[in-house]
Design a protein around this ligand. Sequence first.
Ligand code: GAL
Length: 670
Amino acid sequence: MFQWQQYELGVCYYPEQWEESLWREDLRRMKDAGIGTVRVAEFCWVLFEPAEGEFHFDLFDRFLSLCQEEGMKVILGTPTATPPAWLTEAYPEVLNALPDKTLLRHGARRHYNYNSPVYQRFCSRIVEEMAKHFASHPAVIGWQIDNELNCETDEFHSEADDLAFREFLKKHYTTLEDLNRAWGTVVWSGVYTSWDQIFTPRPVLNAGHNPHYLLDYYRFISDSCISFAVMQAEILRKYLKKGDFITTNGLFGNVDNHALTEKALDVYTYDSYPDFALGLDRSPKTSTDLNDRKWSRNLIETRSVCPHFGIMEQQSGAGGWANRMEMPAPRPGQLTLWAMQSVAHGADFISFFRWRTAPYGTEIYWHGILDYDNRDNRKLREVKAFGNLLQKLTPVCGAEHVAAFALLKDYDNEWDAQADVWHKRISSGSEKEIFAASQLHHTPYDIVYLNDDTALSALSRYPVVFYPHPMIMTESRASLLTEYVKNGGTLVVGCRAGLKDANGKAVMMPQPGLLQPLTGTDVQDFTFVSPAEENDPAYPIFHDILTPMEGTAVLARYQTSYYAGEACLTEKKTGKGKTIHLGSAFSRDTVAKLFEHLVILEPFRNVVDAPKDVELLLREKGGKQYLFALNYLAQNQTLHLQKSVYSVFEEKELCGDVTLPPYGIAVYAL
Ligand code: GAL
């Protein structure tokens, strides 16, 4: 893996959209603001190859020379997210399609499919030509594959996808009999008698598609996306200078980002646009749904893919497109807060989107650092000030995040929940509430994705792991969890755990299935909970009524409904550890009580007493610890420092009450 050795600032720049006479001045103004890297070219296919097989690189040759002269480093994007019109008109088989097979036409972006051999051939060639031409250039430091794989749509329905889907299934199942059995197609006469009868999901009536088929379809998309990235990475690697990296940007649906990173990349980058969570909402108090810091959830996910990641696109201005999306500008201080949120969560490279707002096109209102008038403004001043703050943080670069617990996830359950609304409601509700409890009680966590090869060491770093609703459970994951618990870990699972096999089919076993030896519970009855029965209509969503088996302690019992008095929370010891089984979805109050019970609540309480609207994160390097405090509110927040700590930004020792201004941040060396 590649890791930045010091914090670096970057910016997304589109030389092709501006007069060349502006380039040098732009680069100099960037440098003056502390920006040392530009990300360019990711949408420039038609400039590089204006007609089939004709390559022109002169515009970027001139730009790269200027970058070299000005000492600016460059990340080049491969332009495969935007096939030119000459290509899609001559070879429409490269296009993606809607479920009804209507082709998605030229004019926007990401309208191609991963599986067309024709598209793969054209992509391989443009990537190879670019790599041959630019990779040795001294200004180039890295490559971005495509742009935001699976963004805008994460479903593919072209003819090439149908063919590739059948091949994917043949490889997995070998025979149609096995496939029919795995999907349970005997229901509703769904049996396939020829591979040619299988397509990507086409329109059906509202009963919807068979969920086991959908689960394999999502796996297929992920596989296609990863193969497409690997194809490009293999070409780039032939030409890459020593020390240069390959990355891609984004965190989108229907792709196993962990496998993508392992197979194709040196480092992962994320595009952070916190305004998406806020929309037009700028009310001073948003702590109920925590939209003001919802992006921290995405950053925790990103950290699970790559602990020391980069931000390829960090929001610097108001978001907006001409045809949809209207967002307010970041308030003074908010640009800095959002960029520091990325750093606190593990980003060592922050590249802002974008240098200057485009005066034309779909993104005419997607505002960058500079506005149309090109004058210095408050956003540029904030970027510069942020760069100065990063200089003070130099010793923190590359530090490790210190988590109180881990949230376990896996792609099987992620995608099963897309095909199964019962699963989705429970798991997305619980994840949101675990995040809320973690934030409001300053108990930070990491996410760990499990697969069948996950090593015990990935879990044993954490005293407690929450695996809220692993409805799909496999033998290998159950035995990994058993080892973890036997060795002293605490596993917390919620309702519906262990219900399904790897195809998403319910297992004919007492619940929680393969986890029963660990939980020591037997689920003999279960029900969705009517919102009318509960004070809080959002929770607890579902109830598994738990019958404790021998050796299992009951920690809490249901108080309402026909199962009042039955167990809803249990604890069972195995080896040196234990398993907690909650019969429902998780609410923030339940999670906070579990934190307390498991002695992981508020690990920083001896250092600081912080209000709920402040996020606290701890990073550790070389035996030194650094506590980040981020104020998401547009008003002052008071922290009480319980002991003397060194304020990295103010460069002095502090103790007692300190004030964080609106959107203010602090870093304390402990
Ligand atoms: C990202 C994309 C950029 C730009 C930005 C703002 O998703 O990678 O190219 O479109 O959003 O809309």
